[in-house]
Write a protein that binds this ligand. Sequence first.
Ligand code: GLC
Length: 486
Amino acid sequence: MATKNLSILFVASEVEGLIKSGGLADVAKALPKALSTLQQDVRITLPAYQKMAGIEQAENLLETQLEHWPHTAYSVKALQVDGVSVYAIDCPQYFDRPEMYAENNQAYSDNGERFAFFSAACLDMLPKLGFQPDIVHANDWHTGFVPYLLKHRYGQAPFFANTKSVLSIHNAVFKGVFSYEELQVLPEMHTRYAPDAAVSHTHVTMLRAGVLNADKINAVSPTYAQELKTELGSHGMAAEFQQRSSDLVGILNGCDYSAWSPQTDSFLPVNYKANRQSMVRGKKACKRELQQRVGLEQQDVAVYGMVCRLTNQKGIHYLLPILSEFLKHDVHVVIVGTGDPVLASQLKEIEALHSDKFSFVEAYSNELAHLVEAGSDFFLMPSEFEPCGLNQIYSMAYGTLPIVRGVGGLRDSVNDYDEDPDNATGFVFDAPEPAALLNVLQRSLLLYAQQPNEIKRVQLYAMGQNFCWNKAADEYLALYHSATRA
Ligand code: GLC
């Protein structure tokens, strides 16, 4: 059956190429691009943050104010990311700040108001811009009020009669919990009665508002979609996800190979491709460069890399108790990331004791992230939970075997060596315990040290995996079409 092309407004709080703090931004760039390749009319919207690339020169498309009280003035600026149109919503009182969400690890005290305003403005602007989407696609708690406001406010207008909403869950641990008082920017919150957003008599959560009001919902991997319906894996929202079970699917994120391919990566000293000679030469040069950059001796040892936000979600608390033990072996470990200052200082203490084998770089650096992917032999992702995870997919593309805990998208994308050597693309462990992590690290090291040919075969097999966005984009399109029929 022929289906019509859709108009889609993709709403996110960050977009790679403009501004980024995590994996959500990668998706917010790559998925719209893949959808436009499939001939869909997709446009992105995000807040116009101070640090956003190109915002100074951007053309003003609209100067207006919210139709509904309070009549906050805002403007819409036109940008492009990889050929996809972007509407940046500029409201200096909310977004002209040094950071997106927090300064010095302290969230802005008016984040509820900021993102409630953004959610309202991105619907408010549409009739004024003359863009009438079939689908508004919200992402995570920041935009949870988009489906809510479409149901409760904007959907009443003829302009939105055929507009449906989709909500993607990238990480449900962040829910956006705010009191009614903090959300007075929305008239809907004045009654202090919002059963399909509230978690108590005094507070609502923006994610819950999205989950209960979106026409369709997806988690960023099939396993995470299942986990969200369980008490253990839902971060406290199992009842809501169970209630929406028939409208909830899992779609594994893709990989933007135009940004993440060792053949074309401009951050690498040497590019390489998926044949044995090229891979061995290329990875060796990248390893040398990485070791030099992070202050380790340029040696031929197994290098274990990790790039992540420093939070317990990423499993740092499984690693800390066993890291010194693991460093007794002939290995290098490199960790790059920023976040929780307590975890950072614990990593620094271990680094001080083992500076010949362990380097911790407290930084957020895209360039270094690429070099870690290419120059490591193994990539660590022992996450407590992981909605999808992207680095394990990047790792495979670089012939760097991911070592992951079997949760969420990690389970859906990595095949364990011991379980099925022929189809292996990395190592998987299950128990949420430091001892289990140490065990899998030692398993991987054994393979590296004792079977050099075999490990190269597995690396090349991992490089041959294809997680292209086209497949994921097809699944999103099917979800959009099911929403239009809802
Ligand atoms: C969040 C999740 C991560 C996922 C990313 C993109 O950052 O923690 O697992 O890959 O969103 O969907």
